[in-house]
Ligand binder design. Structure first.
Ligand code: GTR
Length: 333
């Protein structure tokens, strides 16, 4: 808004007061138009929940926060999204915390393989004090987690054979998400790892650039990776929380009342997402198995778990503050 002052001289205080009240009026009348980054397609639990979040935020703030979810990573890959949130280029996003470790080292604790005992344990940790502390660490780096979504458990899948023991990973090249820790994870199991954007994985599996990847049932299904990598081995090595996150730059512009309303919308969307997730997890598993995926259930995962000792050691050596979070998670019942 351009403010025109008459030529007559005003006191500095009056000029300032006018400018401040003009800014207040403008922030009251101009809706914040939020861009939301999403990697998934229409109908995916994260997509539906993010859409519900922005719709409820719009309604609850009387249109002062309005926005749109951009699906299929059209706004860039996940590392771009993290940076865009930090500088306020986008205002919200929904993604797993895997690639967040570079920007917020404390968050790497959730990327330590087998750190969570199961989905319920992950919920108890993330909905409790540890989740709050991780959220505070993220906030210092410009990203605020309003609520946590589910991302199930990730397992390895590949094109040529079942992974029954770590020895079966030898000579196999796996796509991992963008985080050095995952390269170490695959190497500790005896395989090779290539960090790569999600959008490139299908083609890379098809053309043999990689032999496998790792993900949860719903993503294995929705990305169509199950068509080209037909062996799914239930390692369940990672249970990664996902967040509905906002840019602190956008958050700080909201009134306290609107922040409360937007946070509530995020919490409600998380309840919806977790519900949709549980259903989709079962449906996707059924669907890919019916399509002929060769499923390898690993009853005893101890060989995989034991191989992770050097991964934990290196992570703590690189970032000693992780030990506190490892202890806090492991001692959460
Ligand atoms: C999905 C997850 C995405 C993304 C993707 C990947 O399960 O929901 O945020 O991280 O995996 O493998 O890149």
């Amino acid at each position: 808004m351009k403010i025109k002052f008459p030529t007559k001289k005003f006191s500095t205080a009056l000029v300032l007061a006018t400018a401040v009240s003009a800014a207040t009026v403008s922030s009251m009348t101009q809706a914040a138009d939020w861009k939301g980054w999403n990697i998934h397609n229409t109908g995916y639990p994260v997509t539906v929940a993010m859409e519900s979040f922005i719709k409820e935020a719009d309604k609850a703030t009387d249109g002062r926060v309005t926005g749109r979810v951009y699906n299929g990573a059209v706004l860039g890959n996940q590392s771009d999204a993290i940076q865009m949130l930090q500088v306020g280029g986008i205002q919200f996003a929904g993604f797993n915390l895997g690639p967040m470790g570079d920007a917020v080292p404390e968050v790497n604790v959730v990327s330590l393989p087998f750190i969570f005992k199961g989905l319920d344990h992950m919920h108890r940790v993330m909905d409790g004090p540890v989740g709050d502390e991780l959220s505070a660490a993220m906030e210092k780096k410009g990203i605020k987690a309003l609520a946590w979504y589910d991302g199930g458990a990730r397992s390895f899948y590949n094109t040529s054979k079942a992974i029954k023991t770590p020895a079966d990973m030898k000579g196999e090249k796996f796509r991992v998400m963008n985080n050095e820790l995952y390269v170490g994870m695959v190497e500790a199991l005896g395989g090779n790892a290539t960090p790569m954007a999600y959008s490139e994985v299908y083609q890379s599996l098809k053309t043999g650039v990689v032999d496998g990847a790792e993900n949860n049932w719903p993503s294995y299904d929705s990305s169509n990776h199950f068509e080209v990598a037909t062996y799914y081995s239930l390692t369940e090595h990672l249970i990664l929380p996902e967040c509905i996150c906002v840019s602190v730059a956008a958050w700080d512009k909201l009134s306290t009342k609107d922040q409360v309303a937007v946070k509530k919308a995020a919490r409600n969307s998380s309840a919806l997402q977790r519900d949709l997730w549980a259903k989709r997890d079962t449906e996707s598993r059924k669907k890919v198995l019916a399509s002929g995926v060769k499923f390898n259930e690993i009853k005893d995962k101890s060989a995989f778990q034991n191989a992770m000792t050097p991964v934990y050691k290196k992570a703590v050596k690189d970032n000693p503050s992780l030990q506190y979070f490892i202890d806090a998670i492991q001692s959460t019942p």
